[in-house]
Design a protein around this ligand. Structure first.
Ligand code: KG4
Ligand code: ZN
Length: 343
């Protein structure tokens, strides 16, 4: 195929992002720029993402992100072949801000518009970073999503299972909150767990006795709350060591569930040659090591893209858009923003 240069926009959660990705004929893809403006500080006083605040911040910042991404790539709108945008799933106000911006660019320049599913963006990232061929297995594990996918083509995904309640990142964040640690909780719980004994508390491994790849994390949070309250009732508070042990036991339970279900996913997708991960939870060293071991045991390659491309970003949207566009995919001005959009 020809050389393609695509601008991508992402605004479905609490990161506003724009990026430019280029693929020369027959060559590997190149990320020419990737700009992410987070909103953590805006939402911090509320203890979680506030959709109205997120939507307004996206609308204010998305144009600036586009300008920055083009400037960093040394390109103008005239150098692009298409504009790709996350059209869902996500917080609808934010998704709308991105879709409106992309439509504005398309209307002003005549560039083709390509709507991208945010989850497809995550799922196609290992092709951007590591050139993986189809089919491969993907675990998305973040604050908002948790699912195993068999990735068989640019628009061909089989969902093998996922969480039936909380996402694991959400469980890490709630655990941190219950133990008085700051947000986002994942890195804090991981740090505290390093000094802890995972065997001190026997937390459940939900759904492990059931076939399939479905998972559940909300019961784990309840177990942690009970263990904490029992300690408080017993001695009036929890020590740093108690906290470390609670974090270690919680993390070990999440690790065992993700690793156990990964083994099931591998068994359910015999053609796959690699297990790839994405999402903030994939940054956890204990979880990552367990997944790597499961892949190695099955003779599969293990791929963990750099963290900045595992968490929300627009390079993955530009890339997924480029892949879709190369196959003839594009949308009209009737492209809609979708709060829910299963793969
Ligand atoms: O992918 P991400 O940046 O954003 C979305 O949720 O889309 O993931 C953020 C989530 C948060 O819940 C955060 O606590 C969790 O990933 N996380 C971690 C770690 N780093 C981030 N969870 C466990 N261990 C970590 N080291
Ligand atoms: Zn995401």
């Amino acid at each position: 195929g020809d050389t393609l240069t695509v601008l991508g926009l992402e605004s479905s959660c609490d990161d506003t992002a724009a990026a430019v990705v280029r693929q020369r004929a027959g060559g590997p893809p190149e990320i020419l720029s990737s700009v992410v403006r987070g909103q953590t500080a805006l939402h911090a006083p509320f203890g979680g993402v506030v959709p109205e605040i997120a939507a307004r911040a996206h609308a204010e910042k998305i144009d600036l992100c586009v300008d920055d991404a083009l400037a960093a790539a040394g390109l103008g709108l005239g150098d692009l072949d298409a504009v790709a945008v996350t059209a869902g799933p996500g917080l609808i106000g934010g998704v709308l801000a991105g879709v409106m911006c992309a439509k504005g660019i398309a209307a002003a320049t005549g560039l083709p518009l390509v709507g991208v599913n945010h989850l497809a963006g995550h799922a196609l990232t290992p092709r951007l970073t590591d050139g993986l061929d189809f089919p491969y297995l993907m675990l998305l594990a973040s604050g908002g999503h948790c699912q195993f996918l068999s990735v068989e083509g640019v628009e061909d995904f089989t969902r093998l299972g996922g969480t039936i309640d909380d996402a694991p990142g959400e469980a890490f964040d709630k655990t941190a909150k219950l133990l008085g640690l700051p947000q986002p909780g994942g890195p804090e719980v991981e740090r505290a767990a390093m000094a802890g004994d995972p065997a001190r508390f026997a937390f459940p491994r939900p759904l492990m006795d059931r076939p399939g790849c479905d998972m559940s994390f909300s019961g784990l949070k309840t177990a942690l709350l009970r263990a904490r309250d029992a300690l408080i009732a017993e001695k009036g508070g929890i020590t740093l060591q108690d906290r470390a042990d609670l974090c270690a036991a919680f993390q070990a339970a999440v690790r065992d569930v993700l690793a156990g279900k990964a083994a099931r996913a591998i068994a359910a997708a015999p053609g796959a040659t690699a297990l790839a991960v994405a999402g903030g939870v994939a940054a956890n060293r204990t979880i990552r090591a367990a997944l790597e071991q499961v892949a190695a045991d099955a003779g599969l390659r293990f791929v963990a893209p750099p963290l900045a491309l595992c968490t929300d970003n627009a390079a993955m949207i530009a890339w997924a858009g480029l892949e879709r566009f190369r196959l003839g995919g594009r949308d009209g001005m009737d492209l809609v923003a979708r709060p829910r959009w299963p793969l």
